[in-house]
Ligand binder design. Structure first.
Ligand SMILES: NC(=O)c1ccc[n+]([C@@H]2O[C@H](COP(=O)([O-])OP(=O)(O)OC[C@H]3O[C@@H](n4cnc5c(N)ncnc54)[C@H](O)[C@@H]3O)[C@@H](O)[C@H]2O)c1
Length: 285
């Protein structure tokens, strides 16, 4: 089959083209993670992609892969829980690209699963610092630049856990993700008139290195995984590649009127009622 776009596709595809855009993806250092896949996907769609992460080794792998697609990227070690490191990161982006068209916020902290009544304040505060304050500070730094330019787009990575409860010690994670969803809507309303769009992608359980590690545990594989799969109408875990198309769309001119949207990319997880099922024949027949 030819990979050359048809004449009809050629007329539409330029609206998805990110050629000439400068993007920053935070949390792009986990090889096989969602940020990693999105960073490479944006680069393949034409964007110049800067990346940041706390993981220096992972960052180097993503940087090498990006350099095989386009120009060698800015790859900055930065902890988004640290305001000074965020400032240094955005100053480096200014020097590297001279502008910022797109910010994608990906990192998260979920150090361990603790039942809410036993949760230490320090644990709660660490999760807020990365998952919420870090996202806010990165949005703020991006907005200051986008306001000067009069345009720009932000994509926050939220979660199905921000829209419904997971249990299993997910309380602080879920609360921060719900707050990221509201951060997205507030910023979209606040800055829509300034030509800046702010949207969120809401993943469901995805086969990333973190989840792969859980699959090694018999208790997870035998008891938790079947429950997760029962809630995914497509009958499979999500794949990091599943987020690439939606991210390119949200970043592109094709989504110019899409603002303040919380886009589930979850195989139908949030659409499904707890009593729903994708199992046939129905037991009532
Ligand atoms: N994987 C899933 O099943 C799933 C489900 C729903 C939502 N999500 C969301 O998707 C996003 C990506 O998840 P993933 O599983 O691909 O993650 P991942 O672990 O593969 O990647 C996250 C990256 O963020 C980096 N990071 C962590 N703390 C950081 C910090 N303070 N500063 C900078 N970088 C930091 C990590 O080093 C890692 O490279 C997260 O926001 C997560 O909440 C994931």
């Amino acid at each position: 089959m030819s990979t050359k776009p048809s004449a009809k596709a050629s007329a539409v595809l330029p609206r998805f083209d990110l050629d000439g855009q400068c993007a920053l993806v935070t949390g792009a250092g986990a090889n096989g993670g969602i940020g990693h896949a999105i960073a490479l996907g944006l680069a393949r769609a034409g964007a110049r992609v800067a990346i940041a992460d706390v993981d220096a080794d992972g960052l180097a792998v993503t940087a090498a892969e990006l350099a095989a697609i386009g120009p060698p990227p800015l790859a900055q070690i930065a902890d988004i829980a640290d305001a000074a490191q965020i400032e240094a990161l955005f100053a480096a982006v200014d020097r590297d690209c001279g502008r910022l068209d797109l910010l994608v916020n990906v990192p998260f902290a979920f150090p361990s699963r603790v039942r809410p009544h036993e949760l230490e304040l320090e644990h709660w505060e660490r999760m807020l610092a990365v998952n919420l304050t870090g996202y806010f500070l990165c949005c703020q730094a991006a907005l200051r630049r986008m306001l000067v330019a009069g345009c720009g787009s932000i994509i926050n990575i939220g979660s199905n856990a921000g829209e419904s409860a997971l249990g299993r010690g997910a309380l602080p994670y879920s609360c921060t993700k719900a707050a990221v969803h509201q951060l997205t809507r507030e910023l979209a309303v606040e800055y829509g008139g300034a030509g800046i769009r702010v949207n969120a992608i809401l993943p469901a359980q995805t086969l990333t290195p973190g989840l792969r590690a859980h699959l090694e545990t018999p208790r997870f594989r035998d008891h938790v995984l079947p429950r997760i799969l029962a809630g995914l109408p497509q009958g499979r875990l999500l794949d990091p590649e599943d987020y690439v198309g939606p991210a390119i769309f949200l970043a592109s001119e094709a989504a110019r009127a899409v603002n303040g949207v919380l886009l589930p990319v979850d195989g139908g997880n949030l659409a499904m009622n707890a009593g729903g099922s994708h199992v046939w024949p129905a037991a009532t027949e």
